[in-house]
Design a protein around this ligand. Structure first.
Ligand SMILES: [Zn+2]
Length: 144
């Protein structure tokens, strides 16, 4: 297995996160280059879904600075907020993530997301709305 997500996956994740740090919401511009991708289930324990979008979030900084550094330095807090998923937990797709832009969300394997509560239950959306939201995510991807 490659040690890094491929370019297409990195672009999918950056687009899904609107080129912002998931934890603090800071846009990727002069402050940082936006290429810091964090593995929720850590890369120290390789598994088949390691480089899939649901396991990846955009964080400012590096492995030692900014929010990326903060997450690695505070694993208990990071697990509470879904930024780190324990290797003993379920798949990252089923573990909600707290985001600065959208609150709690569930990430999917296609680069999409849906709002949920902190227990991972989708909030206030009908199946119809979910379908439209997914379609919107796709349109966003196609437009760029
Ligand atoms: Zn940040």
């Amino acid at each position: 297995m490659s040690t890094n997500p491929d370019l297409g996956t990195r672009e999918t994740v950056a687009r899904r996160d609107a080129y912002r740090c998931v934890r603090c919401g800071q846009p990727a511009d002069a402050a940082w280059d936006g290429h810091s991708i964090h593995h929720r289930r850590l890369r120290s324990h390789p598994w088949p879904g390691l480089h899939e979008p649901a396991n990846l979030i955009t964080l400012c900084g590096s492995g030692t600075t900014g929010c990326h550094g903060h997450v690695h330095a505070h694993p208990a807090e990071a697990r509470e907020h879904g930024w780190i998923v324990s290797a003993h937990q379920d798949h990252p797709e089923t573990v909600p993530v707290l985001t600065a832009s959208h609150g709690w969300v569930l990430l999917d394997q296609d680069g999409g997301w849906i709002p949920c509560d902190r227990d991972g239950r989708p909030t206030g959306l009908t199946i119809d709305q979910l379908t439209r939201l997914k379609a919107m995510n796709w349109q966003d991807s196609d437009a760029e």
